[in-house]
Design a protein around this ligand. Structure first.
Ligand code: ATP
Length: 245
């Protein structure tokens, strides 16, 4: 579905050229849940922003269903870390912006994220987790081919994040979505993904990929989670001795 072919990206800044990503190759199949992990500044957001079409690669091509990505489009939905709702609009109004006023679709997708009955609430009346659920509902309602999520739960407390991870996994399974997800949490990546991709420190390259069992029910504190976490952490320490995740 998505083919990332030999992508590199440089930025021009006051300090000169910054090479953020170098020769990234990755294939995402329909129904995959891919998590990108790696040290701060390794280019995870850069990669997501290129798939979204917000920025262009310096070298290489990204294709969606065979066509090169040149700009943003409705075939890709993006969920950001926070603050993507208009504060002066109710939940329903925020969603209708995306949905061209379909009340039925608002009801359907609010129900999916467990926010039935919150139509008339304003963002300031919702918790952080609920706001992120509205952002997810709005993105789902657009029926994109792929959903790009850049640290969507990182501003939430741990308990809420674990709850939203659980709900996102249910939604992904039920709605059969393709998701690319950026996180700093190895456990979250293992819990959610069909594939975890570890990137090196800048310039970001792919260090290692782990294919995970699609149907597995992970427990955050079970021995298999802890041993895989350790393996991933060791790989990361090897590729960037002085970085922290
Ligand atoms: N607009 C820009 N201009 C110049 N440099 C940039 C720009 N955007 C990103 N960079 C640099 O590119 C590198 C990759 O940044 P990016 O935000 O993609 O990393 P990241 O892995 O998502 O980081 P984090 O985990 O901290 O969110 C960083 O060194 C960053 O400083």
């Amino acid at each position: 579905m998505i083919s990332i072919e030999n992508i590199s990206r440089e930025y021009r800044s006051k300090e000169g050229q910054v090479r953020a990503l170098s020769h990234i190759n990755l294939h995402v199949a329909e129904g995959d849940f891919i998590s990108l992990i790696g040290p701060s500044g390794c280019g995870k957001s850069t990669l997501i922003n290129m798939i979204a079409g917000f920025i262009q690669p310096t070298e290489g091509t990204i294709r969606l269903n065979g066509k090169p990505i040149r700009k943003p489009g409705p075939d890709r939905g993006v969920v950001f870390q926070e603050n993507s709702l208009f504060p002066w609009m109710t939940v329903e109004e925020n969603m209708k912006l995306a949905l061209r006023n379909s009340r039925k679709a608002v009801d359907y997708y609010l129900d999916i994220v467990g926010l039935k009955g919150f139509h008339k609430a304003y963002p300031h009346e919702l918790s952080g987790g609920m706001k992120q659920k509205v952002s997810i509902a709005r993105t789902l309602a657009l029926s994109p081919d792929v959903i790009l999520m850049d640290e969507p739960f990182s501003s939430l407390d741990e308990q809420t994040r674990i709850q939203l991870d659980y709900e996102l996994k249910e939604i992904w399974e039920r709605e059969k979505k393709t998701i690319i997800f950026v996180t700093h949490s190895i456990e979250e990546a293992i819990y959610l993904s069909t594939k975890v991709v570890l990137m090196t420190k800048r310039p970001g390259r792919i260090q290692r990929e782990w294919e995970l069992d699609r149907g597995k029910r992970w427990n955050f504190y079970s021995p298999d989670m802890l041993s895989l976490r350790k393996e991933m952490k060791n790989s990361m320490d090897l590729c960037c001795k002085d970085c922290k995740l």
